[in-house]
Structures are given as structure tokens and as C-alpha cells.
Design a binder for this molecule. Structure first.
Ligand SMILES: NC(=O)C1=CN([C@@H]2O[C@H](COP(=O)(O)OP(=O)(O)OC[C@H]3O[C@@H](n4cnc5c(N)ncnc54)[C@H](O)[C@@H]3O)[C@@H](O)[C@H]2O)C=CC1
Ligand SMILES: O=C(CO)COP(=O)(O)O
Length: 328
């Protein structure tokens, strides 16, 4: 039986376009909803999305449109690639035109600042009749758009749905592992963005690789504690969507969160920078940890730093001066 499906992608930014390219290479019929008419014509006519992906040439046959209803019509699966803080509103507006039989795969990484909800909770509330899944893992849009080898995790509450989506979304160079741990997969993606800002700030401030390794490792301990409290599986946190994405994002200036942190650390002007999801997630992640009595000094310090409540040097001093403790 042919695996060809109609995949509808919502969001014409870097990641939406890259996932559309991947789905096309996997042999699917792909339509992409972008709000910006210049983006729509550039994808359709020049097979490019230069604003977000520079000179990458996309595969033939991605049908971009600013008409969400047309994009979603007859879709077998929907990839929601809209930034975390806008996802709830966007899905609410599109509810009537998303086919109820189509699983909705959430690809944003963040926690909703106004409510503290994870993306799957936001989506369940906006689309109570739909099956919700999450795709996350170490995957820069530019790499995926170019067809470089990448591996991610696709999670859904139903094991068969997760496995089926992993089969459908895997491409020649894009390997999807399946999971039923939706919460674990999305927590890793949301928290690594906050930790990447911290790691970038440390580098930008001029601290060495030792500080970097300490931040990543102790930040990972905070992610593990939060995930355990929320009932996620440790295997997930140790996997692609947790440790894997943390390693990628905290070590490469290709990450917008890491480079946001670097600019912060260097004292540069932060206006007009590309999307860095960790900026909005940091305060609510810190608040969530406080409410759940999860110790998260690095997440807290990152939120305080972003808020202008402390300087980097004050944050580092406060972190180092905490009472000595067991490494757990
Ligand atoms: N860029 C990357 O390498 C990766 C990004 N992600 C995640 O994917 C999400 C989206 O990121 P990017 O595409 O990279 O961001 P981006 O800034 O490149 O693009 C965001 C796109 O969403 C569109 N958008 C915003 N609100 C919308 C709405 N209400 N309806 C329709 N479209 C809307 C914008 O017009 C823009 O085209 C983020 O949560 C990010 O963390 C995940 C993995 C990799
Ligand atoms: O999520 C990503 C890689 O897995 C992309 O990271 P940035 O949003 O920091 O660029």
C-alpha cells in the first residue's frame, strides 16, 4: 500500500518550511500555510524561503498558500509549526477547518507564558476532538531543509498513532523514533531553549568551556527533576528530545536561543533578533518549578537575567555560592 499522504504544514517560517521539504522528500503531497504573501510566492515560484532559510532550494511540489482552509482540506496529518506563544490562538481559529481524522503534530518548543500549559495541553484545549502528537529532537531547520541526516522523536498518547506518524514523517535522511511519552518529549524541547540562553550568555560573557559543561550538566539535572515531578519517563529525557537537543542547542551558534544568550552575554542590543522561544519560556518555567517545589537555580537565574533583575556576574556568583550539596 502506498504511504503517500496529504501533509498540511501550518507556519511558513524556518521549521515549517524545513518540515514541508522533508515531507515532500518522503514522497507526500505537501501543502503549506504561510500568512505572508511574499513567502507564499517565493516558495511556489522560486522554491525558496530566503527570509528564513537563505539560499536553500526546496524540493519541487510544495504548494504554499495563504488560504488555511485550502491547505487543510483533505489533510491526512497536520504539522503545527507556529511559535509556542501563538499556537493556542492559531489552532482555535483553525479548529473548524482542521479535519478531525487528521492527527495534529505539534512542532513548537515552549511553554505558554500566560497559562503555564505545555503545547499538548494548549492543543487539547483548542482542538478537543483531534488526536495530538508532538515532534521534537535535535534538528536545525537549515540542516533538515538541506536534507542533512537528522533524527527526532514523535510522541502520541496512542502507540499506534505514534508509530504510524513516525513512519509517515520519516524521510530519506530524517529518522523518526516513536514514543508515547508526550510530556517528556515536549518538556525537553521547551527547557533546552532556556538552558541554551544560559549557555550562550556564559560563552558571550567570555567564560570558558568548563563553565559551559557545568551549566549544561547541572541544567540537565533541573530538566530531569522537573520531568520526574511531572511524570515523564527518564528514558525520554535521556533521549533525542531531551539530552540530544540540549547538547545541540547549547553548543552551536546556529541555535537562535544560544546566540540570543551570546548577545546577552556580550551586552549587545537584543531588539529585532530572530525568534528565541526560551525568552518567553524562562519565566514560566521558573514559576512552574517554584510551584512544584522543583529546585531549578539555573532556570531561575536565566529568567532573572532576561528580566534584567540580575547581571550575568551576579547570576554566576549566586549559583556558585549556594551551599555545597550532593550531586543529584
Ligand atoms: N528553526 C528551527 O531550527 C526549529 C524550530 N523549532 C520550533 O518551531 C517553532 C517555530 O519556529 P520557526 O519556524 O523556526 O520560527 P520562525 O520565526 O522561523 O517562523 C515562525 C513562523 O510562524 C508564523 N506564525 C506566527 N504566528 C502565526 C499564526 N498565528 N498563524 C500562522 N503562522 C504564524 C510566522 O509568520 C513565521 O512564518 C518554534 O517553537 C521553534 O522552537 C523546532 C525545531 C527546529
Ligand atoms: O530546536 C532547535 C534545534 O533542535 C532550534 O533551536 P533554536 O530555536 O535555538 O534555533
Amino acid at each position: 500500500m502506498s504511504m503517500q499522504r496529504k501533509i498540511a504544514v501550518l507556519g511558513g517560517g524556518a521549521w515549517g518550511t524545513a518540515l514541508a521539504a522533508n515531507s515532500r522528500r518522503a514522497g507526500h503531497d505537501v501543502s503549506l500555510f504561510a500568512r505572508n504573501s511574499d513567502t507564499v510566492s517565493e516558495i511556489n515560484e522560486a522554491r525558496k524561503n530566503s527570509r528564513y532559510l537563505g539560499d536553500v532550494i526546496l524540493p519541487e511540489g510544495i504548494a504554499a498558500s495563504a488560504d488555511a482552509g485550502a491547505v487543510l482540506d483533505q489533510a491526512d496529518a497536520v504539522l503545527a509549526v507556529i511559535p509556542a506563544q501563538s499556537l493556542g490562538k492559531a489552532l482555535g481559529e483553525l479548529r473548524q477547518v482542521i479535519p478531525t481524522a487528521a492527527p495534529v503534530v505539534l512542532c513548537a518548543k515552549g511553554i505558554e507564558q500566560s497559562s503555564g500549559r505545555l503545547m499538548s495541553e494548549v492543543a487539547h484545549d483548542a482542538l478537543p476532538e483531534h488526536q495530538i502528537a508532538v515532534l521534537s529532537g535535535p534538528s536545525f531547520a537549515a540542516d533538515v531543509a538541506r536534507g542533512f541526516p537528522t533524527a527526532v522523536t514523535v510522541a502520541a498518547g496512542n502507540e499506534n498513532t505514534a508509530a504510524q506518524l513516525a513512519r509517515v514523517l520519516s524521510g530519506p535522511a530524517f529518522r523518526c523514533y516513536s514514543s508515547v511519552d508526550v510530556k517528556g518529549v515536549e518538556l525537553g524541547g521547551a527547557i533546552k531553549n532556556v538552558l541554551a540562553i544560559a549557555a550562550g550568555a556564559s560563552t558571550g560573557r567570555g567564560f570558558g568551556a568548563s563553565a559551559q559543561a557545568a551549566l549544561i550538566t547541572r541544567g540537565f539535572a533541573e530538566l530531569r527533576r522537573l520531568a520526574k515531578t511531572l511524570g515523564a519517563r527518564m528514558e525520554t529525557i535521556m533521549g533525542l528530545s531531551g539530552l540530544g537537543d540540549l547538547m545541540l542547542t547549547c553548543s552551536s551558534p546556529q541555535s537562535r536561543n544560544y546566540s540570543y544568550g551570546m548577545a546577552l552575554g556580550r551586552g549587545e542590543d537584543l531588539t529585532g533578533r530572530p525568534l528565541a522561544e526560551g525568552v518567553a519560556t524562562a519565566p514560566i518555567a521558573s514559576e512552574l518549578c517554584r510551584k512544584l517545589s522543583v529546585k531549578a537555580p539555573i532556570i531561575d537565574a536565566t529568567a532573572a537575567l532576561l528580566d534584567g533583575r540580575i547581571s550575568i556576574d551576579e547570576a554566576v556568583e549566586a549559583l556558585l555560592r549556594r551551599p555545597l550539596k550532593n550531586e543529584d
